[in-house]
Design a protein around this ligand. Structure first.
Ligand code: FNR
Length: 192
């Protein structure tokens, strides 16, 4: 049974390591995980409760529909100033609202990349906390931290560090098992 996973990179810049990491994850995922990378996070404006009454922006509706359709999420987050980037927190805040709340009960795997030495540990921890607060099911372990990212991709954006590649394979295999355990009835229902 194939599960559809939406991968979101929490960076808007063209050369984002986190987008590259999400794309590598999509490329090497086991066949039972069909991962597509969301390309439109830039159209999600800053959260403002007033917009909930005057009309939810189309960029937010698009994101919510994509999340609702997905069996699970993969979120690759950068770390800014030893915390969660505003772009990512803003996305979580929008996803925590609406009817239905599309992030609720959604199995999520969190990972992150940085050229720095700490591997986005604090940002990932804060993201897990925020996701749990809005009812998402965050996979607790294993965890994945891509540090020193500037030296780990080749000119075709492939991850060339074999140790990190193995680690990413293990993360995706664990997520595959975990997601199917949580979502099997829904996945079976869709393919019936
Ligand atoms: C950073 N960066 C950074 N890295 C880190 O590991 N810990 C940190 O606290 C910070 N702080 C920080 C603040 C600001 C304002 C910027 C712009 C950057 C570096 C960051 O990891 C780097 O820019 C990544 O490349 C961002 O991720 P993407 O865009 O490559 O996905």
């Amino acid at each position: 049974m194939t599960a559809n996973v939406l991968a979101i990179a929490g960076s808007l810049r063209a050369a984002s390591f986190n987008r590259r990491l999400a794309e590598v994850a999509a490329a090497i995922a086991p066949p039972s995980l069909q991962i597509s990378v969301y390309a439109d996070l830039a159209s999600v404006p800053l959260f403002n409760e007033d917009l909930e009454t005057t009309g939810v922006p189309t960029g937010v509706e698009r994101l919510r529909r994509a999340v609702e359709r997905a069996d699970g999420l993969l979120i690759a987050t950068p770390e800014y100033n030893q915390s969660l980037p505003g772009v990512v927190k803003n996305m979580v805040d929008w996803l925590s609202r609406g009817d239905p709340v599309v992030i609720e009960d959604k199995p999520v795997v969190v990972l992150g990349a940085t050229p720095g030495a700490w591997g986005t540990r604090i940002a990932q921890s804060q993201l897990r906390h925020a996701l749990a607060a809005c009812g998402a099911l965050v996979m607790p372990a294993p965890q994945f931290y891509l540090r020193g990212a500037a030296d780990l991709f080749d000119e075709h954006d492939r991850l060339i560090d074999t140790r990190m590649l193995d680690s990413l394979h293990r993360l995706l295999a664990a997520y595959d098992v975990w997601l199917h355990r949580l979502r099997l009835p829904a996945i079976q229902g869709r393919s019936a």
